[in-house]
Design a protein around this ligand. Structure first.
Ligand code: ATP
Length: 258
């Protein structure tokens, strides 16, 4: 099922205002690139994903995916979430509880407009590719957390989105299952290049999955660059802590007082 690159560049510069909170950011991704967004709790990461998916309207600015304008406040453009060709992979996986694993994946393929038989056959191939054919008829309640996340990932890709949004995909997985999932995401995105925006609290996700890292603090980008540039030259306290969590020494940039 290898196919030509159908994914698109992302270019987004927008604001969202709420009482007591303002988000004002500019991010971009090349076609097929994975960028990571990290920041402290409440910084605005989920709000960024909501604006890209269309669930949260923007108050100013513009979001463009390839040659399509998804949102432009000045021109009053707001493309509905279902029309954006944006797929989301959330913390819970969000599989439909009443559908089997196969039906869940086929549903996403159907949303592209293919017929039922083609969708079911594609879904079977996806399950084979991730080694979960034995779970074809299982409903989400009959899957482990890790299995459900693997199926949710291929379901998101089966829609062949032009943009994939991934929110904390590894939360609640043990260390080994998290590493398996990172490897699966890497392999699937290599085979099906898809522009991806990843939000995570774990710097290992950015290091292993993304090429660039955007740090959001208090609704603003405080640092951006290649993942290693950002982690090697932390500009804020938050990024210093993040760099330390990856085993980097950040002593040279702080004055130690005892
Ligand atoms: N539906 C909402 N209504 C009002 N305020 C909200 C809503 N959702 C989030 N907020 C506020 O907007 C700000 C940004 O929240 P957001 O969820 O984007 O942060 P986050 O970086 O994703 O945080 P976390 O890492 O804890 O998930 C926070 O101050 C939050 O309290």
């Amino acid at each position: 099922m290898s196919e030509t690159l159908q994914t698109s560049a992302l270019s987004a510069s927008f604001s969202v205002h709420r009482p007591g909170f303002s988000l004002d950011i500019t991010i971009d991704a090349l076609p097929g690139e994975t960028i990571a967004i990290m920041g402290p709790s409440g910084a605005g990461k989920t709000t960024v994903l909501g604006a890209l998916s269309g669930l949260i309207p923007i108050d100013a600015g513009r979001i463009q995916l390839g040659d399509r304008v998804l949102a432009d406040r000045e021109r009053e453009v707001h493309v509905a979430p279902s029309k954006r060709r944006v797929s989301s992979l959330g913390q819970e996986g969000d599989l439909f509880p009443h559908m089997t694993a196969l039906q869940n994946i086929a549903f996403a393929a159907r949303a592209r407009g293919v017929d039922r038989e083609t969708a079911l056959s594609e879904a079977g191939q996806w399950l084979e590719r991730i080694g979960l054919t034995a779970l074809t008829s299982n409903r989400p309640s009959e899957l482990s957390g890790g299995q459900a996340k693997r199926i949710a990932l291929v379901r998101a890709l089966a829609a062949r989105p032009q943009l994939l949004l991934v929110d904390e995909p590894l939360v609640s997985l043990d260390v080994e299952a998290a590493q398996d999932m990172r490897e699966l995401i890497t392999a699937q995105l290599q085979e099906h290049p898809t522009t991806t925006v990843l939000v995570s609290h774990d710097a290992r996700d950015a290091e292993q999955l993304a090429s660039r890292l955007f740090i959001v603090e208090g609704g603003e980008i405080t640092q951006a660059g290649s993942v290693s540039e950002v982690l090697d030259e932390p500009a804020t306290r938050f990024v210093r802590a993040l760099a330390r969590s990856t085993g980097r020494s950040t002593d040279h940039s702080t004055v130690e007082t005892e």
